[in-house]
Design a protein around this ligand. Structure first.
Ligand code: VGL
Ligand code: ZN
Length: 211
């Protein structure tokens, strides 16, 4: 697939806490760095997202006495999984991994900063109605196709891809540039949604440089 000036690479949550040894470690999360560095030069436009929670965030098990990490409850916007505290604003865990070198990125979008609601997607919070502003940004800049890489495949990458489709944007997940948490069948579930909503799957070698 040929990349052009209307395409954007969305690099999702490549932050210390999602790396091995981090607070919410994604298995083999460090392996996304090499493919991301390989594909980045093919894109004229790159946006980074940063999970960015207050220390008492609703999604943290520690905010709910008696709950353990990875328990879940039903809330008004669907199922909320409780996570170990992670990506707390201003902490080292919330910083981009130091090996990530994407100084050319044009926007860093923070999400998950509202204390009472989680935000997996780069476009909408988990109520799927509160916007982050990214849709307007892409529209105003004429960026019409979205390619996704980063962490975690079955959460923030997947929700972002599905929301891109809901907004009418072609969306392609670069499978080898993502790693998954895989909690209670979350990989199979997100891939079922990808098939239904028309999210494309690519391997990074399939991207061809703009000519
Ligand atoms: C993520 C769970 C909680 C992610 C963020 O980046 O996929 N997952 N917060
Ligand atoms: Zn989070």
């Amino acid at each position: 697939m040929k990349i052009d000036e209307h395409d954007v690479l969305l690099v999702i949550d490549v932050q210390n806490d999602f790396f091995p040894g981090g607070a919410l470690a994604v298995p083999l999360g460090d392996e996304v760095i090499a493919p991301i560095h390989r594909i980045a030069p093919r894109f004229e436009h790159i946006v980074l997202t940063q999970d960015w929670h207050p220390s008492n965030h609703f999604s943290f098990a520690a905010s709910h006495p008696g709950k353990e990490p990875y328990d879940s409850i039903e809330v008004n916007y669907g199922t909320q999984t409780f996570w170990p505290p992670h990506c707390v604003q201003g902490t080292r865990g919330a910083e981009f991994h130091p090996a990530l070198e994407l100084t050319q990125a044009e926007l860093i979008l923070r999400k998950g900063f509202r204390p009472q609601i989680d935000s997996y997607s780069a476009f909408f919070e988990n109520d799927r109605t509160t916007p982050t502003g990214l849709a307007g940004y892409l529209k105003e800049r004429g960026l019409t196709r979205v390619f996704l890489a980063g962490l975690a495949y079955d959460y923030c990458v997947g929700y972002s891809a599905l929301d891109a489709r809901r907004l009418g944007l072609p969306a392609f997940v670069l499978r080898d540039a993502c790693r998954a948490i895989d909690l209670n069948g979350s990989v199979a579930a997100i891939e079922g949604e990808f098939a239904k909503e028309g999210v494309g799957m690519l391997e990074s070698f399939e991207l061809i440089e703009k000519s």
